[in-house]
Design a protein. Structure first.
Ligand code: SF4
Length: 330
């Protein structure tokens, strides 16, 4: 009798994630020999979960998920306007790991870790080591938040906040939950998409029992990322009463066509996730090869508007340093 294989914990899955291009190429039956690979990934290492890799098409070097994680030598090209901190995170920081750009909200860089390294990431050059929040700094921040009655929402970002274990998250949640004027806890995470087993019963309990409104902002760029496992995880999140939105980035060769954007919106909506923002690329150093011109992005969204009901069309925005909100492009 064949017994089902035991499911590895999400932590074990992280430990066995692909950490070399060759390993992933072998799995996908793609020859790495002719790929224009980056010779040195020390600053931003290669990392891909098996769940995300399982959504890639075998034998296809142009697969839209594969291209999101492939380190190519174009990352070395210096492009004017592409900088280490494209959205002004450091200027908006009032202390290690704390960013406040917008009224009523404060963002915590809760960890530097991610389950996957997206090559277009706007924080790929972020100085995480100088921005780690220690336990005592977190206590200080909570005291500060108690005084700041103008803050109504705490955003857990990173890295990916769901890389913290359930115990650590419980600790952060309980401290935030002790502050009456905080109404919402928002979590920016790619883990429901790239490591759906991270949605553990303990995490679901944390969401379900929180007295605050929980907002989950996931990040998917292509419909192929939404596997059945991802759908199940997202439905579980929804069952806790949390509200889920998706942010994506319009990326050259990956989702810069109206069919891809339409399929993404449709599958997100079926999964209980509201398409929210379609970001133009933040101009982080090493990412220029992903850029889609604003005019093309606007054209894509106006085509999408003809095809889909308004509630399924994400807002096309650019994040501009020092602006008090995201800037809509149409
Ligand atoms: S998961 Fe998010 S923070 Fe991490 S590398 Fe990808 S885009 Fe960047």
């Amino acid at each position: 009798m064949n017994l089902p294989l035991p499911v590895a914990s999400w932590q074990n899955q992280l430990q066995t994630a692909f950490s070399s291009v060759k390993e992933l190429c072998d799995y996908l039956h793609i020859s790495s020999q002719h790929l224009p690979l980056l010779d040195d990934t020390a600053n931003f290492p290669f990392k891909v979960t098996h769940d995300f890799a399982a959504c890639m098409e075998k034998g296809n070097p142009n697969d839209p998920l594969f291209l999101q994680v492939l380190p190519v030598n174009q990352e070395h090209v210096e492009t004017p306007g592409y900088v280490n901190d494209p959205v002004g995170d450091l200027e908006a920081s009032s202390g290690p790991g704390i960013i406040q750009k917008y009224q009523g909200r404060v963002l915590l860089i809760s960890t530097q870790a991610c389950a996957i390294h997206c090559r277009y990431c706007f924080r790929r050059n972020f100085p995480y080591t100088d921005n780690r929040i220690s336990s005592s700094q977190l206590d200080g921040l909570i005291s500060e938040l108690k005084r700041r009655t103008d803050i109504h929402e705490v955003i857990l970002s990173g890295g990916d906040p769901l890389m913290l274990n359930d115990h650590k998250l419980q600790d952060i949640f309980s401290q935030i939950e002790s502050i009456n004027h905080i109404k919402r806890i928002r979590i920016h995470s790619r883990l429901p998409i790239v490591l759906p087993d991270r949605i553990t019963p303990a995490l679901l309990q944390l969401f379900a029992h929180s007295p605050k409104q929980i907002i989950m902002i996931v990040h998917a760029n292509h419909a192929n990322e939404i596997s059945n496992k991802v759908k199940e995880a997202c439905h579980l999140i929804k069952s806790t009463g949390a509200i889920s939105y998706n942010q994506s980035v319009v990326l050259k060769g990956i989702n810069d066509n109206v069919d891809a954007l339409q399929q993404l919106s449709e599958v997100l909506f079926e999964t209980g996730i509201q398409p929210y923002y379609l970001h133009t690329l933040d101009r982080a150093k090493g990412t220029a090869h992903f850029a889609v011109a604003d005019e093309q992005a606007k054209h894509l969204v106006s085509q999408l508007t003809r095809r889909l009901p308004g509630y399924m069309v994400p807002r096309l925005v650019r994040e501009i340093k020092d602006q008090p909100h995201k800037t809509p492009l149409i």
